[in-house]
Design a binder for this molecule. Structure first.
Ligand code: SIN
Ligand code: CO
Length: 424
């Protein structure tokens, strides 16, 4: 008897990128929990995907491109030191923790965890911070301004959390510790478990054994942050007529220190009538959202390649963004690391969405005459008399040239690299 059961290859809705939302579908998570209320997710990730050893994690605290903080507590006496650190206490010594910021830029497992969150806009992701704690270690009761997924790596940590309107912090402490903490929930997280917390929920995690916690943190710009950035950009773009204040037939004054009313009025009028153009705002917001982290850096590849060598290698391996690169786009532009890269096209959108382009995807988007040239197959040239190259291919060639130049430029700066060299 033949089975009538329909075979479907669709992935369950509650498992995206290897993240297991359990009985909650991702759509339900987004509708009911994201930015609204906490959710405890057992076995959220495979524990093997966050199992980098504690000692190797601690070695990152020696690096000066990783921002690290060592926090210790003894009978409510908190101390904090900033890294890099040549030496750290032993994990047998209780009640200390180290926070390692931006680990997705340096550790493949942390970058893979970050990539799993591709169901949320990249513009909202900040970084993956990893904390390593000895038993009893933690950062005290506090709240964060951003959404965070606290994924347990090694060991166990007890989390307590709750919603409270009292957001006052203790004074004279090296950390922002809540004055009063009123947790309503409690759970011990095992390797692979996760606690999702929306912004401004009070929480405290205490290590029950030497452990690591991988925090996937999100960012949301504040009005002031964006305006400060935008106004700096706008200042550089002030152009057009440049009249200067004039005071012909000025009357004699007895109050030389006083600002003349006409002068004040003129300056106020210039300030109040300043209107930023829409393209300027759009440009600033793309730059702002794609600005890499302050201590992120890119290195040119050790071996320099010609454009042709680079393209044939890209066609063999595919391309990927450097983990520290930020790439975003809208309908008009694509930005990479604070700079406009090009106009959007399917290839760049794919690179920005997935953060890599598979070699086959790259091949498909290349004009035929370029792939042929690289593979030494007979090259099809556009012949205006015979019109042997079809119009579509010709358009592709014209469009691909500048794109190819920009991508090659990014490769030379280190913001884009070959894909499977790193991730195969
Ligand atoms: C930690 O990993 O100890 C702190 C993470 C957090 O509370 O946001
Ligand atoms: Co926190």
């Amino acid at each position: 008897m033949t089975s009538t059961k329909k075979v479907t290859n669709r992935r369950p809705k509650n498992n995206v990128g290897g993240l297991n939302f359990g009985p909650t579908s991702v759509a339900e998570f987004l509708a009911q929990f994201w930015q609204q209320k906490p959710l405890l997710l057992r076995r959220f990730v495979d524990p093997g995907s966050v199992n980098t050893g504690l000692e190797s994690l601690l070695s990152f605290a020696q690096q000066d491109d990783i921002s690290s903080r060592l926090i210790r507590v003894r009978k409510q006496d908190w101390s904090m030191q900033e890294g890099p650190f040549d030496a750290l206490p032993s994990l047998r010594t209780k009640q200390w923790t180290i926070l390692l910021q931006g680990m997705d830029r340096s550790l493949d497992q942390a970058y893979a965890l970050r990539l799993a969150f591709g169901f949320l806009p990249h513009a909202r992701i900040d970084d993956v911070m990893i904390s390593v704690a000895s038993a009893g270690g933690g950062v005290g009761a506090h709240l964060d301004e951003y959404d965070v997924f606290l994924v347990q790596g090694h060991g166990q940590r007890r989390w307590r959390w709750g919603y409270q309107s009292d957001h006052r912090f203790q004074t004279n402490k090296p950390l922002k510790l809540l004055e009063r903490f009123e947790p309503q929930f409690e759970a011990v997280l095992e390797p692979g478990d996760c606690l999702y917390l929306p912004p401004r929920w009070a929480h405290e995690g205490v290590a029950l054994s030497p452990c690591s916690t991988w925090s996937v943190g999100f960012r949301a710009p504040s009005r002031q942050e964006f305006l400060q950035y935008f106004l700096l950009e706008a200042a550089e773009s002030v152009s057009g007529a440049n009249p200067r204040y004039q005071d012909m037939r000025l009357a004699k004054t007895k109050q030389a220190g006083r600002i003349p009313i006409a002068l004040a009025e003129q300056l106020k009028q210039w300030a109040m009538s300043f209107r930023s153009e829409q393209p300027l705002v759009e440009q600033a917001l793309g730059r702002f959202l794609s600005e890499p982290a302050a201590n992120a850096w890119f290195e040119s590849p050790a071996k320099s390649l010609s454009k042709r060598q680079w393209l044939s290698k890209a066609l063999a391996f595919g391309l990927a963004l450097h983990p520290a690169s930020r790439m975003v786009y809208d309908n008009k532009s694509v930005w990479l690391n604070g700079e406009i890269l090009a106009r959007p096209c399917p290839l760049l959108r794919q690179l920005a969405d997935q953060r890599y382009i598979h070699a086959n995807q790259l091949k498909k988007s290349l004009p035929e005459n370029m792939t042929n040239a690289l593979s030494n197959a007979p090259t099809k040239h556009f012949d205006p008399v015979t019109k042997r190259q079809d119009a579509g291919e010709c358009k592709k060639t014209v469009e691909f040239q500048p794109l190819f130049d920009s991508l090659f430029g990014c490769y030379q700066q280190g913001s884009i690299r070959f894909w499977s060299e790193k991730h195969s």
